[in-house]
Design a protein around this ligand. Structure first.
Ligand SMILES: *Cc1c(COP(=O)(O)O)cnc(C)c1O
Length: 815
């Protein structure tokens, strides 16, 4: 565990009142966490900038309110309707007061989220007769950046604060087309690294000559999450402020646009009108309508308001005040924790002195100064050789330890590009190389494409900080020099044999052991019947995986070769009114599959991100069987037979060459090798001795030993039981290049198998454990990736020759 820098209390000094009050707060939080935040029992939640969490009291109070009131649809005469209208108007005022906004000078429009607020402002500007000019700061959230598309080329991205200040200082003719209205938007706090931007800009803008035409839009979403927003001085306040309430309270899922009334008319020029915003509409013979004009919100709130969500704000405000005190206190607490987190992360070092965390803190910001910084820390990890650690690998481990944080592009394109020093050409190249927001390709050409972000909230405590720092210390800090793994010398003709043969007829479901004595067909794409079927979601048609649905392990397919059936049983209790078993014919009779309406084309399914023509079974009973057990609407699909020209059955050589050329050299034609599913190799082989070694290491730490089934191998090879004791050679497979099994059957070894947290799903109980991934990550990590087992594939055999394998076959390896 890394040590943390001492806090700002020096020895012998008088206790610092700030630190004392913060320590009090922290102990109060510790006391209420169990009662108010039961969802935090097992989790370390560090994504308050994504959304904070709602306390139990809020849900209790809200539900009491709901059950004791009769709320109708607002805007009519019944008393239930009047109650809704009254409550909405009361909450509107209360929320304005929460931000110190005088309701004579400000109006508040309820919107779905901050983005909806931004779009409402954009609508007003888009319909200006001669268009509008749009300026935004590079630290803006994606939702602010998007407004530029409505400005039709008349926009500017300010690359720094200095650029904004220079612009504010100069004469109005600096703005292109100064007769058209303009909108200048920026975030009060960057959602990427928590940097605070000057709130004074809105006032500077208004008092400059630009203020004649240019309005200000402040995106306060990230800031209000932990800090007060003070609109008490209307002359200095932004014209438009957007925010969302779920980031402040955890619930309700709702946003607001706060409008300075003086500036409101520009928003009312939109031509659209919706229900609730008009006094009268004529249609048919004459088209005429008259807009409501009492106040701004009446004209902008289209349709029925989310009454219950608005009512919930009452409870949210009550409970937050009661539990955490005034917003200033939350701001202090969260920033204090962020400072501890920052100090702890910054102090982490590898044994050779190189730093572990690259933290993206702006040079002008400080965790001591709430004017410049909020409680967010964005960073990337470096290994001892100063190479970037893959975010995906970090997440796999964080998941196992139930540490929740945000990673990737963080919806902040400008901030990411400048912090990571990515030029537009690099980002475009990364895109062509397969990088997308939220996918696994995260280090390209030696540069990260995203970052990790931790953010704190009112109910965060010191333990959360310690947990993250301890976790990084455990898995990502090299405390001593790691001895080079001794290269196992290749042993030719060593006595190994096939201990088990397993196929997985339905992708990601349980395995079926091939019984002894049976000679089993091996094809170029793998063992016969292996991953011939899959389950697809009925809506998205994406193939399901155990990673998200561990219960899939309890579905046990088996092959009944005599009857010609695939049978599927449930391991464990069968849900009520569910058959014990379903079966489908092994023959691919086209009559059992769903047909599509003419014109819609054949439905395709997404398997590992590829569109695949996988016909699904039409039977309702089959669909219901899987849906009931997994609790998600899905059905069985059959993978199409290998067809030449169909790219989907061909490996994309997603084999993650681990750098060691013995480990990874692929035959040149590997990309053309047919396999059952993309991302999976034809045959996965593991070694019993390696598993034994791994379990010895797990047991040394009192962990739960791993059953071989968690690795979902097709072949387990084991040392001949008659060989002398102590002659086991764990991990000898790392050095294999090819295998000869049984009578003259040759396999290529394609490389190590990269592992994820799916190996932690116990295949008998479908429960998740820490092991074996934690121990694998500590003992079997190379270049940030964790390997266990090897991908193998049949070497091209002579035409017409049938390849077969069976239990007990001798195995010899060449290195
Ligand atoms: C969260 C966030 C948004 C987006 O909020 P939505 O509610 O998803 O529309 C916009 N800007 C900032 C700064 C944010 O933190």
């Amino acid at each position: 565990m890394a040590t943390m820098k001492p806090s700002n209390e020096a020895e012998g000094e008088e206790p610092n009142p700030r630190a004392t009050s913060l320590a009090d707060y922290n102990s109060e939080i510790d006391a209420i966490r169990g009662k108010e935040f039961p969802m935090l029992q097992e989790a370390t939640y560090l994504d308050h900038a994504g959304t904070t969490l709602y306390p139990k009291s809020l849900i209790d109070e809200f539900s009491k309110d709901m059950l004791s009131s009769l709320f109708g649809n607002p805007h009519s005469a019944s008393s239930s309707s009047q109650l809704s209208t009254r409550r909405i108007e009361d909450v509107r005022l209360r929320v304005l007061r929460f931000f110190n906004a005088d309701s004579d000078l400000f109006d508040l429009i309820f919107v779905a989220n901050a983005t909806a607020g931004i779009k409402l402002v954009m609508e007003g500007f888009r319909e200006q007769k001669h268009g509008f000019w749009y300026g935004y700061h590079k630290d803006a959230h994606t939702s602010l950046v998007g407004v530029r598309e409505a400005a039709k080329g008349r926009h500017r991205c300010f690359g720094s604060d200095k650029e904004v200040e220079e612009w504010l200082d100069q004469s109005p003719n600096a703005m292109p087309g100064d007769e058209i209205p303009g909108l200048f938007a920026y975030p009060a706090q960057s959602n990427m690294n928590g940097r605070r931007l000057p709130l004074s800009w809105t006032c500077q803008l208004r008092s400059s000559k630009l203020g004649m035409h240019v309005y200000s839009l402040l995106d306060a979403s990230a800031m209000v999450s932990t800090s007060p927003l003070d609109l008490s001085n209307a002359s200095k306040a932004p014209d438009f402020t957007v925010l969302n309430f779920y980031k402040i309270f955890g619930f309700p899922d709702l946003g607001a646009l706060i409008v300075r009334k003086q500036s409101g008319s520009v928003l009312l020029r939109r031509s659209y009108f919706g229900g609730g915003t008009v006094e009268m509409v004529l249609c048919g013979k004459e088209n005429w309508h008259i807009q409501k004009h009492d106040c701004i919100h009446d004209q902008l709130e289209d349709g029925t308001l989310p009454v219950h969500s608005i009512v919930a704000l009452d409870s949210a405000l009550n409970v937050r005040e009661r539990l955490f005190g005034p917003p200033e206190r939350i701001a202090e607490h969260t920033l204090f924790l962020a400072e501890q987190m920052y100090n702890g992360l910054a102090a982490l070092q590898h044994y050779n002195g190189s730093k572990v965390c690259q933290i993206y803190l702006d040079p002008s910001s400080s965790y001591r100064d709430s004017k410049t910084q909020g409680p967010i820390i964005a960073f990337n990890l470096l290994n001892r050789e100063r190479q970037w650690v893959s975010i995906t690998e970090f997440e796999k481990l964080a998941n196992i330890r139930n540490i929740q944080l945000r990673s990737g592009g963080l919806c902040n394109p400008g901030g990411i590009a400048s912090a990571l020093d990515l030029e537009p050409w690099e980002m475009k190249r990364n895109f062509s190389a397969g990088h997308r927001c939220g996918n696994e390709t995260d280090v390209i050409a030696g540069k990260p494409t995203g970052m990790l972000r931790v953010s704190l909230g009112a109910m965060s405590n010191m333990q959360d900080v310690k947990t993250l720092i301890g976790f990084i210390g455990e898995f990502f800090v090299d405390h001593t020099e790691v001895p080079q793994r001794a290269e196992a010398s290749p042993i030719l003709g060593r006595e190994l044999y096939v201990e088990t043969l397993t196929i997985y007829p339905i992708k990601s479901c349980g395995g079926w052991a091939i019984p002894p004595g049976i000679l089993w067909d091996v094809r170029a794409e793998g063992l016969a019947w292996d991953r011939e079927w899959c389950l697809v979601h009925r809506g998205t048609r994406i193939a399901l995986s155990q990673k998200k649905l561990p219960k899939m392990a309890l579905l046990r397919p088996s092959l009944d070769l005599d009857q010609g059936l695939l049978r599927v049983n449930i391991h464990g209790p069968v849900p009520p009114a569910t058959p014990n078993e379903i079966s489908v014919p092994l023959s691919a009779d086209p009559g059992v599959f769903q047909t599509c309406d003419v014109g819609l084309g054949t439905p395709t399914s997404q398997i590992c991100g590829e569109n695949i023509l996988a016909p699904t079974y039409a039977s309702k009973q089959i669909g219901d069987f899987f849906t009931t057990l997994l609790g998600t609407p899905c059905t069985l699909a059959r993978f199409p037979a290998a067809v030449s020209g169909l790219s989907t059955r061909y490996s994309k050589a997603h084999l993650n060459a681990p750098g060691n050329d013995k480990f990874s050299s692929l035959p040149p034609n590997i990309t053309q090798r047919p396999i059952l599913l993309p991302n999976e190799s034809p045959i996965l082989t593991i070694s019993r001795s390696s598993l034994n070694r791994l379990n010895e290491q797990i047991k040394l730490k009192n962990g739960k030993a791993a059953h071989a089934s968690v690795f979902r191998a097709n072949i387990i090879v084991a040392e001949d039981p008659t060989s002398s004791p102590g002659s086991e050679r764990p991990y000898v497979e790392d050095g294999w290049r090819s295998l000869c099994i049984g009578h003259d059957l040759n396999f290529d070894v394609l490389g190590g198998c990269r592992r994820c947290q799916m190996v932690c799903v116990d295949q008998h109980s479908a429960e998740k454990n820490e092991e074996p991934f934690v121990t694998l990550a500590k003992t079997r990590r190379k270049d940030g990736k964790v390997f266990f087992g090897v991908h193998t594939a049949l070497t091209a055999t002579k035409r017409g020759q049938v390849a077969r394998i069976r239990l007990g076959d001798k195995v010899c390896a060449t290195g």
